[in-house]
Write a protein that binds this ligand. Sequence first.
Ligand code: OGA
Ligand code: MN
Length: 194
Amino acid sequence: MSINSLIDSLSTSGWYVWDDFLNPSQIQVIKNCIPNKLQDARIGHLDSLQDNKSIRGDLTVWLEPEMGDPIASYMAQMDSIRQALNCELYLGLRDFETHFCCYPNGAFYKKHIDNYKGKGRRKITTVLYMNESWQSGDGGELVMYDSADNELLKLEPFCGRMIFFMSEDFPHEVLPTQKKRESIAGWFLTESLL
Ligand code: OGA
Ligand code: MN
């Protein structure tokens, strides 16, 4: 697992799993900075909360460096990855937006794409998992599909594991979790589409 493997893998297959991206104590100090008040994740501003709940059941809060040094240093680490990706892959990544997500027991996120081609600024999706005592069988797997809708991979949300994938290319879903499931999702953004 390394930045070089990340670059290789993103340019060839479009996704990469980086185990132990952060260690359990780094994850714990980040968690300690997350505000307690989370909001129902939205799928679009015109959708009712009820429509929304049948698609996704997670609660989220956007992260800011002002929330604490552990969050600031996570964002700085992601920014150095952004710069490395720009040097090697010429993706023109300008920014990174990131939020904490909590899926209560029973929650899921139905199959979706993070960005429809040519629509939004999201270019690369990142998800860092924060579940210390996760065991196989707890549900909450991330399932990724290719463009022909064949299942590509089923990933358990183990603590410290991070996945990167091209936001426009992979339909994916979160299967119903049988335990509280915590993560930080983020998106490297291209410059605004004008
Ligand atoms: C998302 C998402 C996947 C995961 O937040 O858009 O698909 O494994 N998350 O949490
Ligand atoms: Mn997604």
